[in-house]
Design a protein around this ligand. Structure first.
Ligand code: KIV
Length: 263
């Protein structure tokens, strides 16, 4: 059974953790056959799958639908599901309901953005047997307060805040922390200071692991290419070529052929 213990062991053994997002059963089935350590049902689903401009419309119910689909596709992978916007800010009782829905949908752990103002909720989730992954640096659910999706922790005072929050998350019992869009030096320092693993996205190579959005790493999101994304395949070209060939074959009367038809 996949477990957060694998995350702890990876840090001890200096083995890099590989995490990728998944939102549906189809891609999860493909990812099930890869060596990735964990699938993250991120609330980035709102932007990637639903075309929203931010993640704020995610609800627990919608995250549970995506989580259940991914769980059906990749039952053998460690599944982490995002707490949606404000779900950790309405008290422990609401957080328990949210976690219950996500874990019943197939998640093994939840990810919660930030810690200031809801450290007690994170602590109580952990105490209740719900593994929590933290998320610091750029917190997309705070996009309106931040004024955009910019690198965080460049100023001394902001860097100190991220360091403090990381230590507080570890103290609250988080099993890992996503560090999003912070300077690589800061990410390296935090990684060295913590016993729990850090998972970077836009945080350089000094983290204990990396996470990327599947569609970004496959080049399926042609209009989105921030500095931290590397395209490991040209998925957009593959889709265009395949669909163009299909359309041409239909129009030329070459599809379906006799062997693709019933007698
Ligand atoms: O929602 C998400 O996909 C995330 C990752 C990008 C870390 O939080």
């Amino acid at each position: 059974m996949p477990s957060i213990r694998d995350f702890a062991a990876a840090k001890t053994n200096h083995r890099k953790l590989v995490v990728v997002t998944a939102y549906d059963a189809w891609s999860a089935r493909l990812l099930a056959d890869t060596s990735v350590d964990s699938l993250l049902v991120g609330d980035s689903a709102m932007m990637v799958m639903h075309g929203e401009r931010d993640t704020l419309r995610a609800t627990t119910e919608l995250m549970a639908v995506h989580t259940a689909a991914v769980s059906r596709g990749a039952p053998g992978k460690l599944l982490i599901a995002d707490f949606p916007f404000l779900a950790a800010r309405k008290g422990a009782s609401h957080a328990f309901d949210c976690a219950a829905q996500l874990l019943r949908a197939g998640a093994h752990a939840v990810k919660v953005e930030g810690i200031r103002g809801h450290a007690d909720v994170i602590f109580r989730l952990v105490e209740s047997g719900i593994p929590v992954m933290g998320h610091l640096g750029l917190q997309p659910q705070s996009v309106n307060a931040l004024g955009g999706y910019a690198v965080q922790g460049r100023e001394k005072i902001d860097a100190a805040r991220v360091r403090e929050d990381a230590a507080a998350l570890e103290a609250a019992g988080a099993f890992a922390i996503v560090l999003e869009c912070i300077p690589q030096k800061l990410a390296r320092e935090i990684t060295a200071a913590l016993r729990i693993p850090t998972i970077g996205i836009g945080a350089g190579a000094g983290c204990d692991g990396q996470v990327l959005v599947l569609q970004d790493l496959l080049g399926l999101n042609p209009d989105f290419k921030p500095r931290f994304v590397r395209r490991f395949a040209d998925g957009a070209a593959l889709v265009r070529t395949g669909v163009t060939r299909y359309a041409e074959a239909v129009r030329a009367g070459k599809f379906p052929a006799t062997k693709e038809s019933f007698s």
